[in-house]
Design a protein around this ligand. Structure first.
Ligand code: HEM
Length: 304
């Protein structure tokens, strides 16, 4: 699959040292202006990337599932809303647009965010801006390395990008975003062996427990799923921690060529397996947002 010239590079880029997740709603009657701003955005992104070549700067612009139909007559085949598995544990909080900007330099991320905001600002209202950072050696704030089992190399594209199954939207990606606020005080009261059992991995050296030693409630057990043919269901996670003095947690971001994999994993975490084994990580964190977006290819923007 040779999709690289077409896809937004922020979908598959390797980890950066920091990121901004910015969500907007479109003001009434502003669709024409939004189309124009969207059309201009890829050039603003690529110009900024070429000025700051060494900053590892990448961006993604995604369109919320509900707003999509107002922008385009043709809809990605599998685009639906954030699933309603459990509204208490996984609230559904739709928004119209997302900017996911990341780089290895806070100043450069901010420069691009400002430039893109200038394009959109008169037509949108800001919903939320969350500033994230790489914590230690890519750990979540619970202290566990996050992203180890992510797909690698060219396989990232196979997992994250829509292919010929939906030719009009080839090179696009389904993005799911959840803001999780951690109860770090309770988590830190837990002995390390219990924390490790909850993840199914060791804490300091990040070794996976063998299958027979994993609790059915372990996060990695609940999210390692296979299809009927025995193939692993995969997503590309681009999650990152955030922290203020009063609120800290993880911006969980999943990119995939189908929304099914994320939906099945979330279901397996919250509803559990046939015997009702749920993900015990969820006792120590609470999702406060849940959004589904489609991230179109660069070609789509030129056709606006
Ligand atoms: C694995 C953290 C939510 C899907 C992991 C790992 C950590 C982690 C530390 C183990 C290392 C790794 O392979 O990355 C978290 C935290 C979450 C969260 C702190 C929320 C607070 C989610 C959600 C999903 C998900 C909502 C999908 C619906 C996965 C998958 C793996 C994984 C697919 C790899 C499992 C494997 O193959 O071993 N997560 N995660 N995670 N997580 Fe999460």
């Amino acid at each position: 699959m040779s999709l690289s010239p077409l896809h937004q590079t922020g979908i598959t880029a390797e980890q950066s040292s920091e990121a901004l997740f910015i969500t907007f709603n479109v003001k009434p009657g502003q669709h024409k202006q939004i189309r124009l701003a969207l059309k201009r955005s890829p050039e603003v992104i690529s110009n900024t990337q070429s000025v700051f070549k060494s900053a590892n700067l990448h961006a993604v612009i995604g369109i919320g599932n509900e707003y999509w139909s107002q922008l385009s007559l043709e809809t990605p085949k599998q685009l639906t809303g954030f699933q309603h598995t459990d509204l208490k544990q996984a609230p559904d909080t739709p928004v119209d647009l997302i900017l996911h900007i990341r780089s290895d330099r806070r100043d450069i991320t901010s420069i691009l965010a400002q430039k893109l905001y200038q394009l959109f600002s008169d037509s949108v209202s800001l919903v939320e801006e969350v500033s994230c950072f790489k914590y230690l050696d890519s750990r979540d704030l619970t202290g566990f390395v996050d992203g180890t089992e992510n797909p690698e190399g060219e396989h990232r594209k196979e997992v994250a990008l829509v292919g010929n199954e939906d030719p009009s939207f080839c090179g696009g990606s389904y993005l799911h975003l959840q803001k999780f606020i951690h109860s770090l005080h309770s988590w830190e009261q837990l002995p390390v062996d219990q924390q490790e059992s909850i993840f199914g991995r060791s804490k300091t050296d990040n070794i996976e427990f063998s299958s027979d030693k994993k609790s059915p409630h372990a996060h990695t057990k609940r999210t390692s799923l296979k299809n009927a043919q025995g193939e692993s269901l995969e997503i590309l996670r681009q999650s990152m921690p955030f922290a203020t003095l009063t609120e800290s947690g993880l911006m969980f971001a999943s990119y995939c060529r189908t929304p099914d994999n994320f939906n099945k994993m979330l279901n397996s975490m919250l509803k559990g397996d046939t015997e009702g084994h749920t993900d015990h990580l969820m006792k120590y964190t609470q999702a406060v947002t849940g959004q589904a977006f489609f991230v179109p290819s660069l070609l789509w923007f030129t056709q606006l």
